[in-house]
Design a protein around this ligand. Structure first.
Ligand code: PLP
Length: 412
């Protein structure tokens, strides 16, 4: 039997069957969060029905069973990222917490006055603000790679920024505001040549293309489960084991220690050293189900499907007079960011919502991108495996309607 088309897997997502504002839902806000297939919803609720217990410390059967499931989930994340070892995977609340972990643990231990952190002009706030906080304490300086008009990184400027003071490069794999897929492998190579470490923010990448941290050669890689069809409140940090072993804890509490005494405490080995307190056990198990789900469809198939949809949608919106795409790099993931003459992105979002089309409007937590392009925000449609041409048609029709309402386009 042949495999169904990728978009046919929409039937696995119960929420997509519910009408919104009396219409078929065209959900194009996947950059913010994706919906969950039945397999993920079921895995989480089955955990609570059949396997719930706290992990790692229990002598009883259920606790050991829950621990096994949680550690199997870590193994699934290892597989997703192509890491060499499961103990290189630390569970976090998501990308934001993973980056903060690196900033507060590795950053505070390694950054010195005069050191430089290289960021790019298209980082999400979660890959800017933690570095500002830590750089301020350490006396380190932040340098920023500028963007071209099409929303690509200026690699010549990047190379020129790198030098003996560069301690860390933190770069987004796929920009949530522009859709640009950055040449991270090459950037990592260049950073390593000057002895810098590299953190890759993979929040918008892992659900949309296969990722292999060993092939990339990165030192740290962060992502969120909820953008990968998994639950909210769970994500992971990959870090090379020799780095993790040398890193101090950043949060203290149960499970991250070896011994505790008032005279001083000693730490558990990684990854436990970085997982203080009771983690999101059910979330990790739901994330494992999400990883199995995308693996069964195939991440390369998903990438190809979203790419075809992006090309179709790009051609369709480019025909709309008065619409300008923000982010036109040749290497793009399924994200369309745009502005429409005379219509504020928020108004556009509200009108589209009335048509059952869910998009995002605003700065997308990437204010420096908006400043670079001289705009307050954009409207953003972002694709997932379950989207198809009907969603694009609903988007295009909705934009036309908004233009008519704003008197920006003659009635036909
Ligand atoms: N980085 C990028 C590129 C993102 O798009 C996002 C979320 O939109 C984040 C980081 C933060 O992810 P989270 O809020 O799941 O921690």
């Amino acid at each position: 039997m042949s495999m169904p088309a990728v978009a046919d897997f929409a039937r696995d997502f119960p929420i997509l069957a519910r009408p919104v504002r009396g219409r078929r839902l065209a959900y194009l806000d996947n950059g913010a969060t994706t919906h969950k297939p039945e397999a993920v919803i079921e895995a989480e609720s089955r955990f609570y029905r059949e396997s719930n217990a706290n992990i790692h410390r229990g002598v009883h059967w259920l606790s050991q069973h829950a621990t096994d499931l949680y550690e199997q989930a870590r193994e699934r994340v290892r597989g997703l990222l192509g890491a060499a070892r499961a103990d290189e995977i630390v569970f976090t609340r998501g990308t934001t917490e993973a980056i903060n972990l690196v900033a507060y643990s590795w950053g505070r231990a390694n950054l010195r006055p005069g050191d430089e952190i290289v960021l790019t002009g298209m980082e999400h706030h979660s890959n800017i603000v933690p570095w500002q906080l830590v750089a301020g304490q350490a006396g380190a300086t932040i340098r920023v790679v500028p963007l071209t008009d099409s929303g690509e990184l200026r690699l010549d400027a990047y190379e020129a920024l790198l030098g003996p003071r560069t301690r860390l490069v933190a770069v987004v794999h796929v920009s949530n505001a522009l859709g640009t897929v950055n040449p991270v492998a090459r950037m990592i190579e260049l950073a390593h040549a000057v002895g810098a470490r590299v953190l890759v923010d993979g929040a918008q990448a892992v659900a949309h293309q296969p990722v292999d941290v060993q092939a990339l050669g990165c030192d740290f890689y962060a992502f969120s489960g909820h953008k990968l069809y998994g639950p909210t409140g769970i994500g992971a940090l990959y870090a090379r084991s020799e780095l993790l072993e040398a890193m101090p804890p950043w949060q203290g509490g149960g499970d991250m220690i070896r011994t505790v005494a008032f005279e001083g405490s000693t730490w558990a080995e990684p990854p436990q050293r970085f997982e203080a307190g009771t983690p999101n056990i059910a979330g990790a198990i739901g994330l494992a189900a999400a990883i199995d789900y995308v693996a069964a469809i195939g991440l390369q198939r998903i990438a190809d499907h979203e790419h075809r949809l992006l090309e179709h949608a790009t051609a369709a919106v480019e025909r709309i007079p008065g619409l300008r795409l923000i982010g036109t790099a040749p290497e793009k993931a399924g994200i369309l960011s745009f502005v429409v003459d005379g219509i504020h992105p928020h108004d556009l979002g509200t009108i589209l919502d009335a048509e059952g089309v869910a998009i995002r409007a605003g700065h997308h937590c990437a204010m420096p991108v908006m400043t670079r392009f001289g705009i307050p925000g954009t409207a953003r449609a972002s694709f997932a495996l379950y989207n198809d041409e009907r969603d694009v048609e609903a988007l295009v029709a909705g934009i036309g309607k908004a233009q008519q309402m704003f008197g920006r386009r003659p009635h036909r």
